[in-house]
Design a protein around this ligand. Structure first.
Ligand code: PEP
Ligand code: MG
Length: 326
């Protein structure tokens, strides 16, 4: 069985009825990137840069960041790499003094793109490092915790300035570095038409989206039965975001943990998802599941999924739509 799974490294992620699905990798280290490459990932869909800032006392400078990002790009040999700007906050305690310490509600505090915009020097160094790395292969920039159009536009302005400066200095950089937003704050998902025109791509962060949508702390063990994507509000919102992306020609991925759970793959396909971003550990299992799915059948059953009224009904749908055992 392990051997059979291993063989899938070189196989396409294609449904029974011939639809090609992209499996990108979530990564935060060199090892993850090497593994993603070996497993035939379409690229890196979420490179978390937090680790660069944790467990140390000084901030990494532009040069150090540049080398790390460049190596991710080189490691993927021409496949697209999506690097997320810093997603720190009081919820992930750094020792550099960057994030605030004692916020009463860290999950609702100065984190993600909010922190980056509040520390312009930090943001600028990270953008410069990213744009420089774009000279080595296809790179996209992803912003965490976006809740307003202004945030995207502020970053876009800074990105433009940084790009012009680097070009003037003679740096070899990409003509255009795509800028995308994580959809993990409900307001961003609901008001998507207001700012989808300002982004080049989207990535749905279901770990946080579920937390904020259900007002259920993702780390609170007393809430594990409430903290679940199997809620009608979550499914409908994911479906709507994907629809709008399709309508506007903007790629949409899901990069939360649910994308890495083979059990959920038929549900995500039914909701219209064509791009998954997941940890390499389960990439082959998800590929195997997708290869046993009939996309047109799942799409035909999507209305039933969206009509499900509670977790139990959604679980029944999952059970009824699981691909045949292989
Ligand atoms: C998410 O929120 O779904 C996500 C992918 O980001 P993180 O888990 O790093 O918050
Ligand atoms: Mg998140």
């Amino acid at each position: 069985e392990r051997k059979q799974l291993h063989r899938l490294r070189r196989e396409p992620t294609r449904t029974l009825d011939g639809a090609d699905i992209k499996l990108f990798a979530n990564a935060e280290s060199r090892e993850d990137v090497a593994e993603a490459h070996a497993l035939g990932a379409a690229g890196v869909g979420l490179y978390r840069t937090e680790f660069l800032f944790l467990q140390r006392n000084e901030l990494p400078d532009e040069e150090e960041q540049f080398r790390v990002y460049r190596d991710v790009v080189l490691g993927m040999t021409g496949r697209t790499v999506t690097i997320r700007t810093l997603d720190l906050g009081a919820d992930k305690a750094d020792r550099t003094g960057l994030a605030l310490r004692d916020e009463p509600n860290p999950a609702l505090g100065l984190r993600g793109v909010r922190l980056s915009l509040a520390r312009q020097g930090l943001m600028e160094a990270q953008l410069r490092a990213l744009v420089r790395a774009s000279g080595y292969g296809p790179l996209r920039i992803l912003l965490p915790m976006v809740s307003t159009r202004e945030e995207v536009r502020a970053v876009r302005t800074m990105l433009k300035r940084v790009t012009e400066e680097l070009r003037a200095q003679g740096c070899e950089i990409a003509d255009n570095v795509p800028l995308g937003a994580m959809i993990e704050v409900p307001a961003a998902a609901i008001a998507l038409p207001a700012f989808i025109g300002s982004v080049d791509f989207l990535s749905i962060g279901t770990n946080d989206l579920v937390q904020y949508l259900l007002a259920a702390d993702r780390n609170n063990e007393a809430l594990t039965s409430l903290y679940t994507p199997l809620h009608p509000a979550v499914l409908r919102l994911i479906r709507d975001v994907i629809r709008q992306g399709v309508k506007r020609g903007k790629p949409v991925a899901v990069c939360g943990e649910i994308a890495g759970d083979p059990h959920f793959a038929p549900m995500l396909l039914a909701l219209g998802l064509t791009e998954f971003s997941l940890h390499p550990a389960t990439l082959l299992e998800v590929r195997r599941t997708i290869r046993h799915c009939d996309l047109s059948r799942l799409q035909a059953n999507a209305p039933a999924l969206l009509r499900a009224r509670d977790r139990k009904a959604i679980e029944t749908w999952l059970h009824d739509n699981a691909p045949q055992p292989w």
